[in-house]
Design a protein. Sequence first.
Length: 402
Amino acid sequence: MKFSERTNWNTEETELARAHRQRVEAGLPVADLTASNPTRCGFRYPGDLLDALRNPKALDYDPQPRGLVRAREAVCGYYADHGSMRSGAMVAPDQVILTTSTSEAYSYLFRLLCDPGSEILVPQPGYPLFDFLAALDDVRLKPAPLVYDHGWQIDPEGFRRAITPATRAIVIVHPNNPTGHFTKPWEARELAGLCRGHGLSLIVDEVFLDYALDPGGRLSSFAAGLEGVPVYTVSGLSKIAGLPQMKAAWLVATGPGRAAALDRLEVIADTFLSMNAPVQWAIPAWLAGRHGMQEQIRARVAANLAELDRQLAGHDSVRRLEVEGGWYAVLRIPAIGQDEATVRRLLDRGVWVHPGYFFGMARSGWLVVSLLTAECEFRTGVTTIFNSLGTDQEGNSTEGLV
């Protein structure tokens, strides 16, 4: 049987994944410091959450490619009165396209903007999901550097060098996953200049926008637009309301060429008509009730970050990089061996963490931990990490190697 080359992935289970699976199947304890699923992290969901799915209007099949107007109006309301912004973003319902996930929104945008072989710039470090999406849509990804200098920031010259005649768009995540870096006004100006100068679009993923660690430092949504730049903002209920299982997301189009872009996006959406009616009718209620879940998540992230910093105070060999938002933390560890070996050694001691190379970092010297894990489990896991990293495989101290 012949298959498409675009799906010619290596699907064999990695050695790390196999070791993790076997430990779980054996019933051995594992402190999961990779947790990203809020539905399995012990948060309290309202008892009437599912009542929103019982709207009798959902029994009527009303195929609207952009999504039901009532749901799109709720998305507009989210941007207009967003409590974490310095000023709301005024978005009209006709600028919104509903999708079942941000992944689907990306796929729509890649199809809108790219021909086979076109290139998209994606910052690194970053989440590896884009690799699979790009392959499925016959698009090539090019890394553009985020650098760390008293905090994460884009490297404008590195972005500029990465642009070629095949480049169609730049993707940024605001704040970035896993670095927690918010795009600053000066960076937005640099990106806008690059887009205008090279005729590019800007795609902005804002799924973590509500989770700034400093309430006073939260920045505005890119849904407000950038002068002279086609901007496509994607987000959804997975992070905003802690509801990844409900499969509800959207994209918002702003800037020059918006009307033509939305007409084309409507045809793309009409081809799939993937979002179901009960969820669309429930979106207004779930968006309205998002604050309770967000408060729980923010409290968990703040508590775990404080615990991480408390334990870090006694370990010169490990440091935490600055994080501004989201629910991950990046650790710089002694680069005395491959991170994969370090992660395996930690797993044998009952802790599961991400190696930094999973996000495009170097293969030695980096770990990424989730701040979403239940507090007791997180405390146990971090203690084990520091006890383990205090000595190398030979039992020698690693203090001072970072």
